[in-house]
Write a protein that binds this ligand. Sequence first.
Ligand code: PLP
Length: 429
Amino acid sequence: MHAFSYQHGELYCENVALTNIAQEVGTPVYVYSKETILGHFLRLKEALAPLNAEVAFAVKSCSNIAILNLMAQHGAGFDIVSGGELFRVSKAGGDTAKCTYAGVGKTPAEIRYALEQGIYCFNVESIAELEAINAIAGAMGVKAPVAVRVNPNVEAGTHKYITTGKSENKFGVDFELILDIYRMAAKDLPHLHLKGLQMHIGSQLTQVTPFLEAVKKVAPLAAQLKEEFGIEFFSIGGGVGIVYKESLESGESKWWNDDCEQLTIDTYAKAVVPVLEPLGLHIIVEPGRLIVGNAGTLLTTCLYEKIGKAKTFKIIDAGMNDLIRPALYEGHHQIIPVKEFPADSKVQADIVGPICESGDFLAQNREVADVKAGDLLAVLSAGAYGFSMSSNYNSRPMSAEVLVDGDTWSLIRKRQTWNDLIEGESIPQ
Ligand SMILES: *Cc1c(COP(=O)(O)O)cnc(C)c1O
């Protein structure tokens, strides 16, 4: 099932016409479907039921406190990558004791804050970081729960910027070194509690093979660490991809990522569960994109059409500061009109934003509805790494965010104002 569909020639999110939201809130605006978010979360939980796995939502994919609160209400844990994300989880009513904290560059202040908040575990990315956490925990008179992030050196088959499990990536510690590091830590770092093992090989994976390869490679190591050090959990990270292309036009009612033949929630679970179950460890998964990716749409208005010598441009009021995935990752987003167009009224065009950069496009050389100034467009599958990666570049206020629930909707983030843009700035006297 999916929550964005045409009803009476108009695009709806659940039972709310997107035109109504655009009229009241303006554009650009991110619109999320509660039903889709929860549907993906619960379906993943169910598929992993034999493991009684913890689903720790990757906060960086979509970090609005309303979304985090929704996840918290349904028992999710959280995968965080900064002190700021931990702060968000606590403000959202999330359980900080269910937070796992990854990232290669945790600062002393962040480590202290995480210890104070009693997080579940630090996922540590280097020996130097282990030593730093040990020292800080010692000074605070506590034991810090740690897991080392293992880099299994497998090919994820995704964009190079979101591949994280190869030896040349900055993430994790080489597979071959892990055992020695746990032995060193057990001997020399008394303020650490060796609690688990973690990995995360990349994002937007569309095949099950890399997951299976990584899990098979690392499971024996997890078993050995359990035996030697009594670790209690193994986190296999996130990374399950979603379908970005032409999912709506299929017209069929199915789960968004079920169109992805190679990798659905079920094929993922069927592959990893048999390898993980015999370990007898607490299993954690850290999905971000899978939960929210297809649950969010960026609504934007066409401002101008410009017909040049080489190309036609549809200039819209959302830019790369609102959604950077096309510019950064060559990300594809399906872009459809909010008022349904006849199928034969398409033109080839670039859909570009107002930012002064040639990389500021949301689609290039695309067959799109021949929208004109004032028409609304929906940029689909923008829920993950959409708003959370937005910026104020070109001094553009960040967009609003809306959460739809059945036939009602709530503003979950106000559009920034120009005053917000200069907040905190000052001119020297
Ligand atoms: C980003 C990230 C995730 C989530 O990745 P998705 O592709 O959104 O599922 C999970 N774990 C870690 C450590 C991450 O950095």
